[in-house]
Every structure is written in C-alpha cells, then in structure tokens.
Design a protein around this ligand. Structure first.
Ligand SMILES: [Zn+2]
Ligand SMILES: [Zn+2]
Length: 234
C-alpha cells in the first residue's frame, strides 16, 4: 500500500494569502486519495491574518484555530490532519514539524530571536526544521538567504516553484547531505494546477512518526498534475 501526504498546506482565514477554507481544502485532498495533510499556515512572524499588535496568546489561539477545525473535519471525512508551522524572516521560510500548541504558548520568546538562534532552539526542542523553497525569488524578497547550519532538511520539490528553483534546492540538499521533503504550498484548495507531496509504505501515525521517516529518508517525493486555471497567490 502507498499512503500520500501533502506536507505544506495553507488555509483561510488564518493565512492571509489563503484562498480556500479548511473544509474545502480537506475535501479536495480526500477526493484525491490522500491519507493526510499537514496544515502549515503562516506563523506570527509571517502572513498571519491578524493584527500584530494583538497579544501573543490571542494570536496563538487564532493561529491554531484553522488546524483545530481541520482536526474535527478530518475525523468527520476520514482524512488525517497533522500540524506544521511555517515561520518566516523577510520572505525566507521554514517549515517546523513536531512542536505543538502548548509549546508555542510556553515560548513567546521565539518572537524576539534571530532565526539563527530560533531554528537551533527549535531543533533542540525536538522539532524537524525544513527550509521551504530556499531559492524562491519574489518582489518582496530582497535576497536569497541560506541557513545551512540550522536545518535538518530542504523542501526540494515545491509545486509552485520553477524547475530551476527546485533543482537548486536539490543540489543544495545533496551538497550538504540534507534530508528532502516535497509539498504543494497549497493556498487555493482544489484550484491548484500541480500538487507535490510524499508517499510512505506505511500510514503515518503522528508528527513524530513523520519526523522519523524524513530522517530515515524512506518516503518518496512526488508531483501530480491537477489541471485548473489559477495564478500563484502567495
Ligand atoms: Zn507556505
Ligand atoms: Zn502564503
């Protein structure tokens, strides 16, 4: 048996750039025979859809609200829902797996840390740290930044990125011996022309199980087409 997972999915309203709600997004993945998805919305240092002057705890509660709704809907329709968090520094993005809501509530100090301090701290706390689409270029990104001493792995296939962007990420990963992940960076639910994700021979139980598989390099990276007519909203 093969079990398909999307490791990089955004939902609205928590991600301001999201174009699809939680239920629509989950029902789409269910219809595409996925076993599960990781909800990886933009964190408080990124495109979170809440005024940054609100208290940390209130923003954390809002941040987790889409994930918690996804857990409920996932149970209802039979799609596993896992947690990831996409943290950002000026357009340089990292996917963090394995830390839960209580951990984030307990650690407001991460908001004051440089990424070169925050990433090793999270790794030390048990997180898997993946540099998402490291070679992405965009009008809001001044320059490409790499953190080769602060990550476990690299997202070497991101469905929205060019072959050049993904090929460079793959070369970066090979050069340093990093683990590799693939994900869609889906912001649009069913309106996404191409999906990317990871396949396992056995079903994933939880985030720690996913981390074990990524560190063991025993999941297969894949892409699949889903013909529609949409533009990159991120
Ligand atoms: Zn993303
Ligand atoms: Zn986004």
């Amino acid at each position: 048996m093969e079990y398909k997972y999307d490791t990089h999915v955004h939902t609205f309203p928590v991600s301001r750039c999201g174009r699809a709600g939680v239920r629509e997004t989950l029902e789409f993945y269910k219809s595409k025979d996925y076993d599960g998805i990781f909800i990886t919305n933009h964190f408080l240092d990124g495109n979170l859809n809440m005024d940054p002057s609100e208290p940390y705890e209130k923003r954390i509660e809002f941040y987790f609200s889409d994930y918690e709704e996804a857990l409920r809907i996932g149970k209802e329709i039979g799609l596993k829902v896992f947690l990831g968090v996409e943290i950002s520094y000026k357009g340089t993005d990292f996917l963090i797996y394995g830390l839960d809501k209580q951990w984030y509530l307990n650690h407001p100090e991460i908001m004051e840390m440089e990424k070169s301090e925050e990433l090793p701290f999270m790794m030390n706390e048990g997180a898997l740290v993946i540099h998402a689409h490291p070679y992405r270029e965009a009008h809001y990104i001044d320059h490409i930044r790499l953190y080769p001493r602060c990550i476990h792995g690299v997202e070497t296939i991101n469905a929205w990125r060019s072959d050049q962007c993904n090929d460079l990420a793959n070369y970066y990963a090979d050069s340093f011996g990093f683990h590799k992940t693939a994900g869609s960076d889906n912001h649009t639910g069913r309106n996404i022309p191409k999906l990317a994700g990871m396949i396992s021979d056995e079903p994933l139980m939880d985030e720690s199980d996913f981390i074990r598989h990524v560190l063991a390099d025993d999941m297969r990276l894949f892409t699949e087409l889903n013909p529609v007519d949409e533009q990159d909203p991120s």
